[in-house]
Ligand binder design. Structure first.
Ligand code: 3PG
Length: 209
């Protein structure tokens, strides 16, 4: 089982992916890899998401594919069975934390308040998704978290763009950002893989603190 914090070792941005067709999964993963992006979060927001994770895990072993939008223990189990190497949840519940621990599935749990940071950290999670980052207080909130939580690292996600990502990545408590801007729905729909490779390359060139 990988340490969730090691997800940040592969680049400054984790793409948050929504797939509507299984046939798009492997070419999309290959397009992101070609742009240097290796860690992929496929959200459980469509009927084919698990099948897409399975396809990527089998056909693109160089990618590190995980499941996003994990809301229940059943989601975590299904994600693990499909070949997910990690799980991301929009919020934190003890149910999801315990399920991932039992399954040996590394979890990046979502938080938006100090109380949620305390709950998730108290359960052993030191690397947290700050979601929805922009709407929940953005850079100012992460700076404020650094005071009481110097031992917690964050992956802000939600409302971040190529233009605003540098402000987040400049913070010492931010290890990586998440965002859907690398995989626009129209590019996936049209199979414009060259555009996605370009977006991945641009995101990969962002500098961190
Ligand atoms: C998520 O689930 O993490 C967000 O939907 C991603 O946010 P974005 O679409 O604003 O990048």
């Amino acid at each position: 089982m990988i340490d969730p914090l090691s997800l940040a070792d592969h680049g400054p941005v984790i793409p948050v992916i929504v797939l509507q067709r299984v046939a798009d999964a492997v070419p999309l993963a290959e397009a992101l890899l070609a742009g240097g992006v290796k860690v992929l979060e496929v959200t459980l927001r469509s009927a084919v998401a698990l099948e897409c994770i399975e396809a990527i895990a089998k056909a693109v072993p160089e990618a590190l594919v995980g499941a996003g939008t994990i809301r229940t223990a059943a989601d975590a189990r299904a994600a693990r069975d499909a070949g997910s190497r990690f799980a991301v949840s929009p919020g934190y519940t003890r149910e999801v934390g315990a399920a991932c621990r039992e399954l040996g599935l590394p979890l990046l749990p979502g938080v938006a308040t100090a109380s949620e940071v305390m709950t998730a950290h108290g359960d052993g999670h030191g690397f947290l998704k700050f979601f929805p980052a922009q709407q929940a207080g953005g850079v100012g909130m992460l700076k404020a978290f650094a005071g009481p939580f110097p031992d917690v690292a964050f992956c802000p996600t939600g409302g971040i763009t190529l233009e605003t990502a540098p402000q987040f990545l400049a913070l010492p408590n931010v290890k990586v950002c998440g965002g859907s801007w690398l995989t626009p729905a129209d590019a996936v729909e049209q199979g414009d893989w060259a555009r996605i490779t370009r977006l991945a390359r641009e995101a990969g060139a962002l500098r961190r603190a």
